[in-house]
Design a protein around this ligand. Structure first.
Ligand SMILES: Cc1ncc(COP(=O)(O)O)c(C=O)c1O
Length: 433
């Protein structure tokens, strides 16, 4: 039988043995390692990282992407992505330590995110990270105080690079919970406040105003919103240049969307289109473009395998009750997110039935798919929840005292376990009576 693409644009194929990823049978993997199980196509991650790096090189040789570590934080993924020349965009001290543990050089780390603590800022300074994306006046105070208390001892004569994160008050036209560019969100600085801070930074002998940053949200498919934000950033950056700021880069954040439904594939902008929209932020050709992609690098590489525990017909619906839920994949509960779901089993006919695919956690919001068209499902069948590489495992929890699942990476058609399933007793080993 000739394999057919089931989710076009990815490395999934289907034949008489069922669904495979990058030539590896997902049924075999589920038998060998159990379920729930995260599986990633590392070749796909490498390809995406490399494609974006190439697109950025059309702007300038030193324009660069910084991968948003929060999307998929596994050390092996960070190492792979860093080997393609991407730096890391982190939002916590933990992510700084994690990136360093993956072998990323400190100067290739940019620290984004609101409410950076004194301890996190001190960690960033002593590690020598590349840039702090500043989100509030308090962060500048903390930076200056930390530098003073460390007496500059860890950084020698080097200065600290900072970028000001602007809130452009632009609607990313995405889900409200991942829309970050509007003035009523907690993110960034108004241009007026940012200008006051710019003057303070310029007056400091220890800080260098190296950039401007902006991130208007995630899962953005309409580049018009990026262009709108980019124009405002350019205006602000031009004002900073007039102030004499030694700007070296504009960081237009992450946010490029992916296709969660096969029908969305034609709507997803290419990396080159994204770069061309974002580069409208550059006030002149000497300034590099930085991006902070997460989802667009890793989302479509990942699949979550889950076993059907029970099939139940309610008064109004049929339910496929599976062994993965909001603990393994929070996105449906958190954002009503859609994930395409397929049976991993060999298909014997084309007839389907509608099921709500729901998990075992005691919350009504523990669901994975509503009205999913699937072949007749029986207990023991394996289902594939697609496009879960981003914000999947990194959001997994131990709610209901559930262990987090194992993870498998496929590279050059060879699967390897990159994380064992958690051991149950480790969940209470730091608890005391
Ligand atoms: C500051 C910042 N940069 C980058 C990202 C990555 O976004 P995405 O995964 O949509 O590319 C995020 C995600 O929320 C973010 O908050």
């Amino acid at each position: 039988m000739v394999p057919i693409n089931t989710f076009p644009g990815s490395h999934f194929t289907r034949d008489q043995h069922g669904l495979s990823l990058s030539g590896v049978s997902l049924l075999q993997l589920s038998k060998k390692h159990g379920t729930p199980l995260y599986v990633y196509d590392f070749d796909r991650i490498r390809q995406r990282a490399s494609e974006l790096s190439q697109a950025l090189k059309t702007v300038s040789p030193t324009s660069r992407a910084f991968y948003a570590v929060k999307a998929l934080s596994h050390l092996a993924a960070l190492k792979l992505i860093s080997s393609e020349g991407l730096g890391m965009d982190v939002v916590s001290g933990g992510e700084i330590e994690r990136s360093l543990a993956a072998g990323v050089k400190a100067k290739d780390i940019v620290f984004s995110g609101v409410a950076k603590s004194r301890a996190e800022i001190e960690l960033g300074i002593s590690a020598g990270i590349g840039c702090f994306n500043i989100e509030s006046p308090h962060e500048i105070e903390l930076l200056l105080e930390s530098l003073q208390s460390q007496g500059n001892k860890n950084i020698g004569a080097e200065k600290i690079n900072v970028a000001l994160r602007i809130n452009p008050d632009v609607d990313g036209h995405t889900h409200a919970k991942i829309n970050t560019g509007l003035a009523d969100t907690k993110f960034g600085l108004s241009p007026v406040l940012a200008m006051t801070l710019a003057k303070k930074i310029q007056a400091s002998p220890q800080l260098v105003l190296a950039g401007v940053s902006c991130h208007i949200g995630s899962q953005i498919l309409d580049l018009a919103t990026i262009k709108q934000a980019a124009k405002q950033v350019r205006q602000f950056a031009s004002a900073l240049l007039q102030l004499g700021a030694p700007l070296r880069h504009i960081d237009m954040g992450g946010g490029l969307g992916v296709a969660y439904r096969p029908s969305e594939l034609p709507l997803v902008p290419s990396f080159l289109d994204w770069v061309n929209a974002a580069k409208l932020s550059l006030p002149n050709a000497d300034i590099d473009l930085h991006l902070e992609p997460g989802r667009s690098i890793v989302a479509d590489s990942g699949v979550l395998l889950t076993r059907v525990i029970d099939v139940k017909s309610g008064e109004k619906k049929a339910f496929a009750l599976v062994d993965a839920g909001m603990t393994e994949l929070l996105r449906p509960a958190l954002y009503d997110a859609y994930h395409h779901i397929e049976s991993v089993e060999p298909l014997t006919n084309s007839q389907t039935k509608a099921y709500d695919v729901v998990g075992p956690v005691c919350e009504t919001s523990c669901w994975l798919g509503e009205n999913v068209a699937l072949p007749n499902i029986i207990s023991g069948n394996i289902l594939a929840i697609m496009t879960v590489g981003a914000y999947g495992m990194s959001m997994a929890s131990n709610y209901n005292t559930r262990v987090r699942p194992a993870e498998i990476a496929i590279e050059n058609k060879i699967p390897r376990m990159i994380r064992k399933q958690e051991v149950l007793s480790s969940l209470w080993e730091s608890e005391h009576f």
